[in-house]
Design a protein around this ligand. Structure first.
Ligand code: 26V
Length: 793
C-alpha cells in the first residue's frame, strides 16, 4: 500500500481520512466501500503513529541504554486499528466522523483482518507484552515470523470441526512496512570446515529473510516500538534455464521451497509435528533476528564484551532456544571471540520463559535432524554440554540424551534467568522439569506472573464498563490499573452497583443479538457462563459438558422447579491432529443440538458454541460473561490469561487451584471466587489410587447418569472414546473432580439469585484485579531479567 498523502500540520483527523480516501485509495466518498473507509481511517491513524515512532527510535539511540528483543514464534495481535485509535485517544473523533456519514465506526474497524499469528495463550501474551512495552516506554523490538497463513479458520459440519486456511494477508491492511534493505541470508545443512584456527559453517541451502515492520503504539502515543516479522524468500527467484527448457513448474520450485518456511503457522500447541520444517522455521527467524541485533550493536559499539549490558534477548518458550548456540556461533566463529567468553556473553543476554510443563510439549529434536540441518550448532551444543558436565560432575541432566537434542535444558543453561508465568507454575518448575538444574543454578529461576493489557481488554473491548469506571475514579486506571482499587467502596453503593449491572446487561444484550444472528435465541436475563480457550483434555471442556448434561437431566426431572436460567457458552479450536479434543467438540455440539431443542428445558438452559473463536470473538464474549470457567486439572495450566480478562470485566470465576487462578483468588478474595477440585499435590496422589475414576463415578450418581446418557446414544453418537477415557485411566481426573464441581456450580446459582450481592462480588473482582495488568508484568521483566530502563520522548 503506497501512502501518497502527506499530512499537513493542523490537518484534522477527518480531513486526513477524506484525503486518504481520495488520494491514497482513489475513491470518492459516495462510492467508498467499508474496506475503503477502513483503509482511509487506518492510513490517517498510521500517519499519527509515525512521528512518535521515530521519536522513540531517536530517544533509544540517544540514550545508548539497554534494548530488549522479544523473540516469539507467535504474536496473536488480532486487529490493530482499534488498539491504535484507542491509544491515540481518537476513538470519539472517529465515532463522530462515521456517525456524520451514517456509518458505524465499530463496523468499519471490524472490517480489518484479525491477524491470528498465534495459537493461544503464548501468542496472545506476546501481543499484550508488545503493547505494554510501548506503554511503559521499554525500548524493545518484537521479532517473529510473517506467516502468510495464520491459525486455521474453524467451522462446524454436523457438529464436527472443519479447518480452512486463514488468509489475512490477502486482505488489505495498513500496518506493515516492507524493509527490503533489511534482508539476511539464512543457511541450512552443509558442512563444518576448520580453516586454520577458525571453524566455518558452509551451509548448502540458503534462503533470504526479509523484514516487515509494524509500529506498536503505547497508551496516549507516548512511545512506540517495532514488531519486526521475517518473511522467507528464495535467493534466486526463478530458474530461467528450467523455464526455457519448458519445465514451468520446476522453474518456480526454488521460490516455492523457500517460501514454505514462512507459509503457515503450526496449528498445534501440544505436540511436535512436521519436525524438519518446524525446526527450520525456528532457526530461520531466530538467526535473522540475531543478525539484526548484532548489526545494530555493531553500528554503535566496537567492544563485544559489553554486549550483555546493551542487549537483552527474551526467548518466548523454547521455540527460539537455538538462539543460544547461534549467538555463540556468531560471536566465536564469526566475530572471533574466545569460546567460553562467547558462551558467557550469550548467557548474559538471554532469558528464557517456560510456558508449559506438559511433557509432550517440551521440544526435542533428533540428533540426525539437528546434524543434517544445523551441523555446527550440534557441535556447539556438545561443547556446552561437556563444559556443564565438567563444572557439575554429579549432574544427570544432559543437553543431548536419549538420541535427542533437548531444547528445554539448552534454553535453561544458556539463559541467565529462567521464568515461570505464575507463582504455582514457577514453584512446580523448580520441583519437576527443572529440579536438578535449579539445584545447580539456584538463583536462576524467577517468577513473572502473566498479565493482560487493560487498553485492549477493558478500555476498547468494554466501553460501557470503561465509561462507568472513568466516571467514578477518573481515567488514571488505564495505565495504572491498580487504581481500580478505588472502586472497592463502591461495591456497597447501590446506585453504582445498578449502573455496573446495567453495563453488564447491555453487553449481554449485544451478545444475545450476535448469537441470535447465528440462529440461537438466548435470554439476556439468563446467567451467561463462558469457557473459551483451546480445546484440550487438561482444560477439561468435557468436565463442563458433563456437568451441563447432568444439570439438563435434573431440570427435566422437575421442569417446574426454581431453576436459574443459564446459557453455557463454549469457544475454542482443537489442533487438527488432536483426535480426542475434536471428539470433545463433537460432543459439545451434539449436546447443544439436543438441549437447545428440548421444549421442556430450552427456556432454562442453552448451549452456545460459536465457531472460529479468535481475539475478536473474545472481545465480544468476555464483556458479556458473568461466569468464567477456569477448570483445568490442577498443576497443568501454567497460568491462563483469559482468567484475568474475565475477572477484570466482572465475571466471577469457578475454578481450580491452578495457574494464576491461585493469585486471582488471593487478590479478589476467597468469598468472591468459586473454588472446587483437588490441588496439584492431591491430583498426583489420586492417580496412584487403583481405579480412581471408577471409584469416583460410583460415588457420583449424577456423573454416572450423564455418562450413561452419552453411552446410550441420547446425543446421537455414543462418544465411546470420551466415556471410556473418563471411566478408565482418567489421567486428568474429570471423574474425581466432578462431584465438587457440581457442588460449586450450584453454589454459583444460589449466589446468582441475589443479584445485588452478585454485582457486589463482580465489582470487587474488577476493583481487585488491577495487579494483572501486563504493565506490571513488563516492569517485573525489566527489573528482574532484562535490567532495562524505561525511556520517554
Ligand atoms: C508448543 C508447540 C509445539 C509444536 C507445534 C506448535 C507449538 C505451539 C506452542 C507450543 C507451546 C504452547 C505453550 C503455551 O501456549 N502455553 C500457555 O502459555 C500461556 C502464556 O504464558 C499460559 O497462560 C497458558 O497457561 C499456557 O498453556
Amino acid at each position: 500500500m503506497k501512502d501518497v498523502h502527506v499530512p499537513r500540520p493542523g490537518e484534522t483527523l477527518s480531513d486526513a481520512i477524506l484525503q486518504h480516501l481520495k488520494y491514497s485509495l482513489g475513491k470518492d466518498a459516495a462510492h467508498a466501500t467499508t474496506t475503503d473507509w477502513r483503509m482511509a481511517l487506518s492510513l490517517a491513524i498510521r500517519d499519527r503513529i509515525v512521528d512518535p515512532w521515530f521519536a522513540s527510535t531517536r530517544a533509544t539511540y540517544a540514550k545508548q541504554g539497554k534494548r530488549v528483543y522479544y523473540l516469539s514464534m507467535e504474536f496473536l495481535i488480532g486487529r490493530l486499528l482499534e488498539d491504535a485509535t484507542v491509544n491515540l485517544g481518537l476513538m470519539d473523533e472517529v465515532a463522530e466522523f462515521f456517525d456524520d456519514r451514517s456509518l458505524d465506526a465499530r463496523m468499519v474497524m471490524q472490517d480489518e483482518p484479525d491477524a491470528a499469528l498465534g495459537n493461544g495463550g503464548l501468542g496472545r501474551l506476546a501481543a499484550c507484552f508488545l503493547e505494554s512495552m510501548s506503554t511503559v516506554g521499554c525500548p524493545a523490538y518484537g521479532y517473529g515470523i510473517r506467516y502468510e497463513h495464520g491459525l486455521f479458520k474453524q467451522s462446524f459440519e454436523g457438529g464436527r470441526q472443519m479447518e480452512a486456511p486463514e488468509d489475512w494477508l490477502t486482505e488489505a491492511h495498513a500496518w506493515e512496512f516492507e524493509r527490503p534493505e533489511s534482508s539476511y541470508r539464512i543457511g541450512f545443512g552443509g558442512a563444518v570446515k576448520v580453516l586454520g584456527n577458525r571453524t566455518v559453517w558452509q551451509p548448502e541451502e540458503t534462503v533470504l529473510a526479509r523484514a516487515y515492520d509494524m509500529p506498536m503504539i503505547g497508551w496516549q502515543g507516548r512511545w512506540a516500538n517495532t514488531l519486526r516479522l521475517w518473511s522467507a524468500r528464495p535467493e534466486t527467484v526463478f530458474d530461467l534455464d528450467r523455464f526455457n527448457a519448458g519445465d514451468y513448474y520446476g522453474a518456480a520450485e526454488p521460490e516455492a521451497l523457500a517460501r514454505t518456511i514462512s507459509r503457515v503457522l503450526y496449528p498445534d500447541d501440544t505436540t511436535e509435528e512436521g519436525k524438519r520444517l518446524r525446526l527450520k522455521q525456528e532457526f530461520f527467524f531466530t538467526a535473522a533476528s540475531l543478525r539484526d541485533i548484532l548489526r545494530r550493536f555493531e553500528d554503535e559499539y566496537d567492544d563485544w564484551s559489553i554486549l550483555p549490558s546493551k542487549v537483552a534477548i527474551q526467548l518466548n518458550d523454547t521455540h527460539p532456544a537455538i538462539a543460544g548456540p547461534e549467538l555463540v556461533r556468531l560471536l566465536h566463529d564469526e566475530k572471533g571471540m574466545d569460546f567460553d567468553a562467547a558462551v558467557e556473553a550469550a548467557r548474559g543476554c538471554l532469558g528464557y520463559t517456560n510456558h508449559t510443563l506438559l511433557p509432550e510439549a517440551l521440544e526435542r529434536w533428533s540428533i540426525e535432524l539437528m546434524r543434517s540441518l544445523l551441523p555446527r550448532h550440534l557441535q556447539i551444543i556438545e561443547r556446552i554440554d561437556a563444559a556443564h558436565a565438567a563444572a557439575h560432575p554429579d549432574r544427570k541432566v544432559v543437553l543431548i540424551g536419549d538420541g535427542d537434542v533437548q531444547m528445554g535444558p539448552i534454553a535453561f543453561t544458556m539463559a541467565h534467568r529462567v521464568n515461570g508465568v505464575s507463582a504455582l507454575h514457577t514453584g512446580l518448575m523448580k520441583e519437576t522439569v527443572f529440579a536438578e538444574l535449579n539445584r545447580l543454578h539456584p538463583n536462576r529461576i524467577v517468577n513473572e506472573t502473566n498479565g493482560i493489557t487493560p487498553r485492549r481488554w477493558v478500555l476498547a473491548a468494554n466501553p460501557r464498563l470503561s465509561g462507568l469506571i472513568t466516571e467514578a475514579i477518573g481515567d488514571g486506571w488505564v495505565d495504572d490499573l491498580e487504581e481500580l482499587m478505588q472502586l472497592e467502596p463502591m461495591a456497597d453503593d447501590a446506585q453504582f452497583r445498578d449502573e455496573y449491572a446495567a453495563a453488564k446487561r447491555a453487553n449481554k444484550v449485544d451478545l444475545a443479538n450476535y448469537l441470535g444472528q447465528q440462529g440461537l435465541a438466548v435470554d439476556p436475563d439468563a446467567m451467561f457462563d463462558v469457557q473459551i480457550k483451546r480445546i484440550h483434555e487438561y482444560k477439561r471442556q468435557h468436565l463442563n459438558i458433563l456437568q451441563t448434561i447432568a444439570l439438563w437431566q435434573e431440570i427435566k426431572d422437575d421442569p417446574k422447579g426454581d431453576w436459574v436460567p443459564q446459557v453455557k457458552v463454549f469457544g475454542g479450536k482443537a489442533a487438527p491432529g488432536y483426535v480426542f479434543a475434536k471428539e470433545i467438540i463433537f460432543l459439545i455440539n451434539a449436546v447443544a443440538e439436543v438441549i437447545n431443542n428440548d421444549p421442556d428445558t430450552s427456556h432454562l438452559l442453552k448451549v452456545a458454541y460459536p465457531a472460529n473463536y479468535n481475539v475478536t470473538l473474545a472481545e465480544r464474549l468476555i464483556p458479556a460473561a458473568e461466569v468464567s470457567q477456569q477448570i483445568s486439572t490442577a498443576g497443568k495450566e501454567a497460568s491462563g490469561t483469559g482468567n484475568m480478562k474475565f475477572a477484570l470485566n466482572g465475571a466471577l470465576t469457578i475454578g481450580t487451584l491452578d495457574g494464576a487462578n491461585v493469585e486471582i483468588r488471593e487478590l479478589v478474595g476467597a468469598d468472591n471466587f468459586f473454588l472446587f477440585g483437588m490441588t496439584a499435590q492431591e491430583v498426583v496422589a489420586r492417580r496412584q489410587i487403583d481405579d480412581h475414576a471408577a471409584k469416583a463415578i460410583a460415588e457420583a450418581p449424577r456423573l454416572k447418569r450423564a455418562m450413561d446418557a452419552i453411552a446410550s446414544g441420547t446425543f446421537g453418537e455414543r462418544f465411546a472414546s470420551i466415556t471410556e477415557n473418563v471411566s478408565g485411566d482418567d489421567y486428568f481426573c474429570v471423574a474425581s473432580d466432578f462431584a465438587d464441581y457440581w457442588r460449586a456450580s450450584r453454589d454459583l446459582e444460589v449466589a446468582y439469585r441475589d443479584q445485588a450481592d452478585w454485582t457486589r462480588m463482580a465489582v470487587l473482582n474488577t476493583a481487585r484485579s488491577g495487579w494483572f495488568s501486563s504493565d506490571r508484568t513488563i516492569r517485573g521483566y525489566m527489573s528482574d531479567i532484562w535490567g532495562a530502563e524505561a525511556l520517554s520522548v
